[in-house]
Design a protein around this ligand. Structure first.
Ligand SMILES: [Fe+2]
Length: 176
């Protein structure tokens, strides 16, 4: 899988018992750590756009992005703790996140509101794709618990993508 995301040899003092086996620890933990980095990167990008969005739909977009950022952030702790339960070690710093993340940052001085929502929609859709791939890794190792968590997080990412899509769909009638 993603060799870059594979955990280094775990310090024996951080070893946690699991009956899933060393390969599951390596493969599932590696995939989860990359997903964790993606969630932190997407969390900060969503907050970035929450803080910098402007224009006539400010209130709607500002609130939508805050709600989505909260949901993304709430996912980070269960991912990290799942890695520890599997006997792996997890992300330790912003620097560590930046080495693992596949969600690209957007440091642009100004982004139009529609571009913000379109970019986040794409990011959430790709995140759902990567979580589906990780679900396959879990299946290979019989890790039903991680697979079950992923099913919820995939649904949440797809919901976020849906809301972002609908918020940018051209309206047929003005207002509501
Ligand atoms: Fe806020």
């Amino acid at each position: 899988m993603n060799a870059k995301a594979a955990p280094a040899k775990t310090n024996p003092r951080l070893h946690t018992p699991t009956s899933l086996g060393a390969e599951a620890t390596r493969d599932v933990s590696g995939a989860l750590n990359a997903l964790l980095a993606d969630h932190f990167a997407l969390y900060l990008k969503t907050k970035n756009f929450h803080w910098h969005v402007s224009g006539p739909h400010f209130r709607d977009y500002h609130l939508l992005l805050d709600e989505q950022a909260d949901q993304i952030y709430a996912t980070t702790d269960p991912i990290a703790e799942r890695v520890r339960k599997l006997g792996g070690t997890t992300v330790r710093s912003i620097g560590h996140v930046s080495r693992l993340q596949r969600v690209s940052d957007n440091d642009a001085e100004y982004v139009t509101p529609l571009d913000m929502l379109a970019e986040l929609r794409e990011d959430n859709a790709r995140l759902a794709d990567r979580m589906r791939q990780t679900h396959g890794v879990c299946d290979e190792h019989g890790d039903v618990a991680t697979a079950s968590l992923l099913e919820v997080w995939i649904d949440e990412a797809e919901r976020r993508a849906w809301f972002l899509f609908e918020a940018t769909r051209p309206g047929e009638t003005p207002g509501r």
